[in-house]
Write a protein that binds this ligand. Sequence first.
Ligand SMILES: [Zn+2]
Ligand SMILES: [Zn+2]
Ligand SMILES: [Zn+2]
Length: 120
Amino acid sequence: MKFRVSFFYGNGGKWIHTDHLYHKRYMLMKRSNMKTEKCDHVKEIRSVKPSGSGCKECLEMGDSWVHLRFCLSCGHIGCCDSSKNKHATKHFHQTRHPIIQSFQPGEDWRWCFVHEMIVH
Ligand SMILES: [Zn+2]
Ligand SMILES: [Zn+2]
Ligand SMILES: [Zn+2]
């Protein structure tokens, strides 16, 4: 359903006609811009190859993991925080490589450890 609403923007006293969904998105955008900083670590993303098909350290120790995370600075594959060894987070503390991507099939979200937020 699409319905048109009028909103009053700014001090200029200007009425803008827009549909409801767009207005909601605009307000969300405004709010999130005020709260969160922009993550510029995305610039540090390299086109790297995964270090293997499993967590590097766990494989060496003969241990197991729950989910895998992929370091976008060097290609290190580590296990997530639901895994008991948390090697992806340990990798960040050791190397300060800021951004990981999910290594789960069908998942491609990225996480910045420094800003503690999802990045694109
Ligand atoms: Zn960041
Ligand atoms: Zn691990
Ligand atoms: Zn790394």
